[in-house]
Design a protein. Structure first.
Length: 217
């Protein structure tokens, strides 16, 4: 990678680190662009070269979180893997849900101010490409796991893994968004809601509809 590209990425990372700190301590509205550029030691023009508006920085932070949390079990088609493929993916998703629960205020801020997923083209062409690229990686990861589950006879063979992955990821993100919108007094945990959503999804794509531990257990 060229020195210029390395410096550009480092500047972008520094801006995002400052945004994350200020969003956490001051809230989205309280974090002003003037304070962001001052703490990041960049010019106003440099900030806008990376992010056309503050919401774009929130979108970038949200995408980074999503990319980090989208790690799923290896797509190992060996049916002898203990527990099977779908239960392993369920465990990973429930872990992600508990991560959101432990950082609820910040996640609510990102979901409220970031763009959608996978989202339309952004004003910033680079951010739009990043959104599409990260979306594609996430869908392909999950599609690989679903294909592996087909090999282990946990998912019906007539299902397109990519379409199933799009449905799975979309359902998980909508479950998170709805739970966050319920406020701090939500009647149940996100992990419980996620388990319920997974039960419903697996009931539609599974060969027997009884994979994994049920939400009420």
């Amino acid at each position: 990678m060229r020195t210029r590209d390395v410096n550009t990425l480092a500047t972008r990372r520094r801006i995002l680190d400052v945004c994350q700190e200020l969003f956490r301590t001051r809230g989205f509205d309280g974090a002003t662009i003037d304070e962001i550029i001052d703490r990041a030691s960049v010019s106003r023009q440099t900030f806008f070269n990376h992010f056309p508006k503050k919401q774009a920085a929130a979108t970038a932070l949200w995408l980074a979180w999503l990319d980090d949390q989208a790690a799923v079990p290896p797509a190992d088609p060996d049916p002898a893997v203990p527990g099977g493929v779908l239960p392993a993916m369920r465990a990973a998703v429930i872990h992600q849900a508990k991560t959101v629960e432990s950082d609820r205020d910040y996640m609510a801020l990102l979901f409220a101010n970031a763009g959608g997923f996978p989202g339309p083209a952004d004003e910033n062409a680079r951010l739009g490409v990043e959104t599409r690229d990260r979306s594609e990686r996430i869908f392909e990861r999950v599609a690989g796991v679903i294909a592996a589950a087909q090999h282990s006879c946990e998912v019906r063979e007539d299902i397109d893994p990519r379409r199933a992955a799009e449905l799975y990821v979309s359902a998980m993100l909508m479950t998170i968004r709805l739970w966050l919108n319920d406020g701090a007094a939500a009647a149940d945990s996100l992990a419980h809601r996620m388990a319920t959503a997974i039960d419903l999804l697996e009931g539609g794509i599974g060969t027997t509809g009884d994979h994994g531990s049920k939400a009420h257990q």
